[in-house]
Design a protein around this ligand. Structure first.
Ligand code: ATP
Ligand code: ZN
Length: 284
């Protein structure tokens, strides 16, 4: 029995999807132009597909699981489960209007022509806000629609905003924040479920490791308690005596989000020789 996973054949999610599998210790040889391949050291078969098709393949059970943007999952509205977020492919689905247009809130969208590749998500958003607009579905290059007179506004994926800027547009409303997720078929059998759990366990370990750093520092013993109190650690920090009297080496794990604030406080409390090391896997 093998678990079959669908990932994007080429595009923004392709590399990161393969990278995550590799970080989970799964070796796959991803020859270009291949439709599918097998992992050599995990019972996994990998299908390379267009991202838009992945929710349907997973719903139909052609693939058991898939990696795809939440934006696509919501737009396709297929009957699949979201098992976990994957931490890559971050973007937002936003409304944008020409820079010269004054914007005072969603109600300004009323009666406008809005071009998008996400008609389902957009329609829900407009409904929730009591707005009627004319949705023009186009499959690509949505950002040029206002410039050629096809629409007054657009609803499109944005990450840095540079594409909008180059097309004379400004982002005025975020409809959805999205990232890649792992979706699964609704009726996996026990064996497939077990393989999924195994994969999820590894994905969580990789994700946690990415969000955390291992920190080592030297602390003067007379301020040791203060320094330890600043460090959360997985249980509590490790403290080892240094060869030099009056000093200790303190080891701990810090979350990326609190990282810089804590480092500053540590320095202020007299910590020296602070080393920050990436963590490869983290199992707690
Ligand atoms: P395919 O040929 O597989 O249909 P595509 O052209 O639809 O590819 P990509 O542009 O590769 O798709 O984007 C795939 C996914 O990457 C998007 O659905 C979204 O989840 C994510 N993404 C992240 N940042 C961006 C961005 N700035 N623009 C578009 N998509 C982004
Ligand atoms: Zn696509």
């Amino acid at each position: 029995m093998k678990l079959r996973i669908a990932i994007q054949k080429s595009g923004r999610l392709h590399e990161d999807s393969i990278k995550l599998l590799k970080e989970c210790g799964i070796d796959i040889n991803n020859g270009v132009n291949k439709l599918k391949t097998e992992a050599s050291n995990f019972p996994l078969e990998v299908f390379f597909l267009r991202d838009d098709d992945i929710p349907q393949y997973v719903e139909d059970g052609v693939a058991d699981i898939g990696m795809v943007g939440e934006n696509v999952v919501l737009e396709k509205n297929r009957s699949v489960k979201v098992a976990t977020k994957l931490g890559f492919g971050k973007c937002r689905l936003s409304l944008a209007v020409p820079r010269s247009v004054e914007y005072n809130g969603v109600k300004d969208m009323d009666k406008l022509r809005i071009a998008t590749s996400y008609p389902v998500i957009l329609e829900n958003f407009l409904k929730e806000n009591g707005i009627t607009a004319d949705i023009h579905e186009i499959s690509g290059s949505v950002e040029i629609a206002p410039g050629i007179g096809l629409a007054d506004a657009i609803c499109d994926l944005v990450s840095s905003g540079s594409t909008l800027f180059m097309n004379g547009l400004k982002e005025v409303e975020v409809i959805l924040k999205s990232e890649s997720v792992l979706i699964t078929n609704n009726s996996l059998n026990a064996e497939q479920q077990q393989l999924l759990e195994k994969l999820l366990f590894r994905i969580q370990a990789v994700k946690k490791a990415k969000n955390n750093k291992y920190v080592l520092l030297n602390a003067p013993n007379d301020n040791l308690q203060k320094i330890i109190s600043l460090l959360p650690g997985m249980k509590s920090p490790t403290v080892l005596p240094l060869a030099e009297a009056g000093w200790s080496s303190v080891h701990s794990v810090l979350n990326e989000n609190d990282f810089w604030d804590i480092i500053e406080s540590l320095k202020a409390a007299g910590a020296q020789g602070i080393l920050v090391v990436p963590i490869e896997k983290m199992i707690i």
